[in-house]
Design a protein around this ligand. Structure first.
Ligand code: KG4
Ligand code: ZN
Length: 343
């Protein structure tokens, strides 16, 4: 099935064309970061207006780069939730209109399910076959969500652990803000941390009771605030690098610890990681070590499909075109749609 995907749940305006849920013919992403930077975070009203402004051009480019005419499409997919209501409305309404105009089926895709399944999209340079690697443990880490997910098979996933407060990406973004590094914090913090000593400051990793896989990051952010009050940054860039590296390490270790616990207690045959934070090199390296230690194949989402994109939306629609909750003709956006309700 040749599907056009649209993603507007937050501050990326994206469109993509994907064949058969696997072959990405184009993936165009317009990042609104510059429009929100001055506010230190996403302003929903600015985001939705920007979606309205740029979406038609982004869709046209996605078709153009794929070399596909609108008349050749076989389905339209858009993120239906979760996300910012006014932002979801822009993309989903556009998708509804296109589907109606072209007489095509409409798919309303769950953004979090799409992140989880993004580990199945083959990278440009190819990927090992994933068929034998279920059930897979997929650490899904983004700016708004942090979950450990059991992916039983394509289309069947459920969270076994979630964050009780901040998401991992949010913790990185807030930490970077406290360090005066700007927005979005994750990638800037990663650069700043390069060469820093990960053991310079012992930030808390948190813990969860036996049999539980929950996360909590709000204490870590407070620990950083207290540290900076006690020991203000000096002009030496090495000091900043040490603090950034130690803070990033605490976030990464908290994620790795929970994943390790789940691998130890579960029957997982594969390990995956998806979402914006999955771009982080330190996290990717530590996941590789973890997968080696537990002798399970590793399926990291390709970096271009980690942060928000429409390829993962079109791919999931193409992978599971018969999944009832994704058939969306008579549905509306759902800003709080939880992960894994496709069963
Ligand atoms: O998946 P995503 O694009 O949007 C959400 O659905 O939330 O994730 C954005 C998050 C932000 O918190 C950003 O700081 C983080 O992903 N991020 C990173 C990196 N690149 C993006 N965090 C750590 N290292 C990175 N290289
Ligand atoms: Zn996302």
């Amino acid at each position: 099935m040749l599907i056009l995907g649209i993603e507007t749940s937050c501050d990326e305006t994206a469109a993509a064309v994907v064949r058969s849920g696997r072959t990405v013919l184009s993936s165009v992403i317009y990042s609104q970061v510059a429009r929100h930077a001055a506010y230190g975070g996403v302003v929903p009203e600015i985001a939705s207006r920007a979606h309205v402004e740029v979406l038609p051009g982004i869709v046209a480019r996605a078709l153009d780069e794929a070399g596909v005419q609108a008349g050749e499409l076989e389905g339209i997919a858009a993120t239906r939730g979760p996300g910012l209501a006014t932002c979801l409305l822009v993309g989903f309404t556009a998708a509804k209109a296109l589907a109606l105009r072209l007489g095509l089926p409409l798919f309303g895709i769950n953004h979090l399910d799409a992140h989880v399944h993004s580990v199945l999209i083959p990278a440009v340079d190819g990927k090992p076959e994933v068929a034998a690697d279920f059930p897979m443990l997929v650490l899904t880490v983004s700016g708004g969500h942090t979950s450990l997910v059991r992916l039983e098979a394509p289309g069947r996933c459920r969270a076994i652990g979630e964050t009780h407060d901040d998401a991992a990406g949010e913790a990185l973004d807030k930490g970077a803000k406290l360090l005066g590094l700007g927005y979005p914090g994750g990638p800037i913090l990663e650069k700043t941390a390069a060469g820093g000593n990960v053991g310079a400051i012992a930030f808390p990793r948190g813990s969860s009771p036996e049999g539980h896989y929950g996360f909590s990051f709000s204490g870590l952010k407070t620990a950083l605030r207290y540290h900076l009050q006690r020991t203000p940054l000096d002009d030496n860039p090495a000091t900043l690098a040490d603090v950034a590296a130690s803070y990033q390490e605490a976030v990464v270790d908290a994620l790795i610890n929970r994943a390790e616990k789940a691998l130890r207690h579960g029957d997982y045959r594969g390990l995956g990681c998806a979402g914006g934070v999955a771009r982080n090199k330190r996290l990717r390296d530590k996941l590789a070590t973890l997968a080696d230690r537990h002798r399970v194949p590793l399926h990291l989402a390709a970096p271009e499909y980690c942060t928000d994109n429409a390829a993962m939306i079109a791919a999931l629609a193409g992978l599971l075109p018969d999944q009832a909750p994704y058939r969306a003709e008579a549905r509306d956006v759902d800003p709080t749609w939880p992960l894994g309700t496709v069963d």
